[in-house]
Write a protein that binds this ligand. Structure first.
Ligand code: GLY
Length: 387
């Protein structure tokens, strides 16, 4: 256990008092989302100084922008937010048949399923269900994993690549199985989760970003990385995806293996957080403490811990996840928001990919999970109906 994580607070009154910052952080976030809503011509991905860098078709991040609009609508009930969320969701809709990405979960869960859950609009479900069908085409039966890179006819090296980020795309498949009353989707999701657990979750519950397989035989070849320091390191955002993704698997199955995995992954992360609880971009960077942080990893971990807390049958652990998540999100609010800078994102000091030279900027997915976490702190009942 990390000695930075203070024991749980039991006094309800002081807990309320401790959370006074949450509505302020939400007010700031809603204001910034409203400004972006008026100005953005395309889907935002990351910031360069005072501007967003766009990705026209939404890339893998379009769902996060639409999802932010839905979260803002959930909090404010502002009909203009809803109108904008619907408009941007429609712009992503053509991607429902895109076989070139494993990120259809990010794209359609946050744009269409979230919108359907919030509004009750059944019409938003159709594109999400089709996206789930499309995603199943990337499943490698021999290896039991979803192909991370390239199209269906990509090189063998690409077709054999799996990454830990895919854990976040499985929930669309669990949703599709419930929606279509067809276990096919969930079976693939569970096969992928088990493969990830077998190869990418190490005995000490650190995680490897990538795993390479022979795409024809499914044989495991080696661990790898794309955005982390090395195949042997623990990339902090990938690890946060894993905490959240295994919690998704537990929610869908109630299988105690997935609960135990999510708990141990969470403990591993908490044991490696620095004093202000915002991870460095890779937990194994030899440059720590003189390296860059990844505020997006903190936001994903913070919201993921609150999600895990809501599923957690052990009340002491639920309190631990909640208390720690509150501290992580508060640290983001106090020292990693753009309140005193020019970035149009909510969070600053994120790292898209240090190996590719992208660091110390805002990221739309950091913003999404920051607001999702704030809503989970602010109104856990409402938030439990979103995801
Ligand atoms: N899914 C890609 C990333 O986390 O950067």
């Amino acid at each position: 256990m990390s000695d930075q994580v203070v024991p749980s607070e039991t006094n309800a009154a002081s807990k309320v008092d401790e959370r006074q910052w949450v509505p302020r952080a939400l007010a700031f976030s809603i204001g910034r989302i409203s400004q972006n809503m008026i100005r953005l011509p395309h889907f935002p991905e990351y910031t360069r100084g005072d501007r967003w860098v766009f990705v026209k078709d939404g890339g893998w991040v379009g769902g996060h922008w639409v999802g932010l609009l839905w979260l803002a609508f959930a909090y404010t009930r502002d009909r203009e937010m809803e109108r904008q969320a619907r408009k941007w969701a429609a712009r992503l809709s053509a991607r429902q048949s895109d076989t070139t990405t494993h990120d259809l979960g990010f794209l359609f869960e946050l744009s269409h399923v979230l919108g359907a859950n919030l509004t009750g609009d059944e019409a938003l479900k159709g594109p999400a269900l089709q996206a789930a069908r499309t995603l199943t085409r990337r499943f490698n039966r021999q290896g039991g994993f979803f192909q991370a890179w390239g199209g269906l006819d990509a090189s063998a090296a690409q077709r054999g690549g799996a990454i830990i980020d895919t854990m976040m795309n499985l929930d669309l498949l669990f949703w599709a199985s419930r929606e279509a009353a067809d276990s096919y989707f969930a079976e693939q999701a569970l096969a992928h989760a088990r493969t990830c657990l077998r190869h990418q979750v190490r005995p000490d519950f650190s995680t490897a970003h990538g795993a390479d397989f022979d795409p024809e035989t499914g044989e495991f070849i080696k661990l790898s990385t794309y955005q982390g320091l090395s195949a042997a390191s623990c990339w902090s955002r990938g690890h946060a995806w894993a905490v959240y993704g295994f919690a998704d698997c537990y929610r869908a199955t109630k299988d105690s293996l997935f609960l135990a995995t999510a708990r141990s992954l969470a403990e591993h992360a908490l044991g490696r957080l620095p004093e202000d609880l915002i991870p460095y971009w890779d937990y194994d960077s030899p440059l720590i403490p003189h390296d860059v942080r990844d505020s997006s990893a903190a936001a994903i971990l913070g919201s993921g811990l609150l999600y895990l807390a809501a599923l957690e049958p052990d009340s002491a652990l639920a309190e631990r996840w909640t208390c720690t998540a509150g501290k992580i999100l508060r640290s983001l609010w106090e020292n990693y928001t753009s309140r005193a800078s020019l970035e149009p994102s909510l969070l600053i000091h994120a790292t898209r990919s240090k190996p590719e030279g992208f660091m110390d900027h805002g990221l739309i997915y950091g913003d999404y999970y920051f607001v999702e976490g704030l809503l989970r702190l602010s109104d856990p009942v409402m938030a439990s109906n979103l995801h």
